[in-house]
Ligand binder design. Structure first.
Ligand SMILES: O=C(O)CCC(=O)C(=O)O
Ligand SMILES: [Fe+2]
Length: 229
């Protein structure tokens, strides 16, 4: 038994494993939630988490506050072509939806990054990526002190999309079509807390219509974006 664990992004971690176990247990017990059968990752759906009226209001707030998405790594500008916006944290609807997601997954609110809005116009997409942080990236030391690894991702589709815009997990054989109000939640880590490479995913290009989502990424510890490495 090792008494010190490498606090890096890459290895098994009892703390991250415990978070996985806690959320998995909670989601599995919720009769409103269905598990997506994928052998290699934990993924769940909850329809109707956000009402159509709330979705429409969030869409309007995203339209009001959108700018081109920022990436942690700027490999190439075309990698993620959607528009991002940080929603107003004092907005009552944003607070209510954020708390609803927190209560559903059962994680402490202060471990969640700010709810982020995302808009994809026709042809816009987000190419294959992982939501967890790879240990060998230059930005990992900053992520480590700002809350550590990303464990769970919770994403709500705010509208149906006429064509395209599915979230695709090629290693899992899973493709999720956007449906208004549906929450998709998955564990980016394995049961032992190490990153699960099989969670690789992409937002396929929207070919007709516009796609809107909100996303909350949970860290293993309290999210403190102002901490400096
Ligand atoms: O838009 C989607 O379907 C996926 C978005 C995504 O993967 C992300 O924002 O990390
Ligand atoms: Fe993602």
């Amino acid at each position: 038994m090792r008494d010190t664990w490498l606090d890096d992004a890459e290895h098994p971690s009892p703390a991250r494993a415990e978070i996985g176990e806690r959320v998995r247990t909670r989601l599995t017990r919720n009769p409103m939630i269905s598990r997506i059968p994928t052998g290699r990752a934990e993924m769940f759906l909850r329809h109707g988490l956000v009402t159509p009226r709330e979705c429409a209001e969030l869409v309007a707030k995203i339209d009001a506050g959108c700018k081109p998405s920022k990436l942690f790594s700027d490999i190439k500008a075309s990698y993620r072509t959607s528009n991002s916006c940080n929603l107003d944290i004092y907005d009552p609807l944003v607070i209510a939806v954020t708390k609803r997601i927190d209560a559903l997954v059962g994680l402490e609110g202060d471990t969640g990054e700010l709810l982020q809005g995302q808009r994809y116009h026709e042809t816009q997409r987000y190419d294959l990526h992982h939501d967890y942080f790879p240990y060998n990236k230059l930005y990992w030391p900053a992520m480590r002190v700002s809350g550590g690894q990303r464990c769970w991702t919770a994403m709500v589709y705010l509208c149906d999309v006429e064509e395209g815009g599915e979230t695709q997990f090629p290693h899992l054989g899973v493709t999720i079509p956007p449906r208004m109000g549906t929450l998709l939640v998955w564990n980016n880590l394995n049961a032992d807390g190490s990153p699960n490479g099989a969670t690789l995913h992409a937002a396929l290009p929207v070919t007709k219509g516009t796609k809107y989502i909100v996303t909350r990424w949970y860290r293993e510890r309290k999210w403190e974006p102002r901490n400096k490495p």
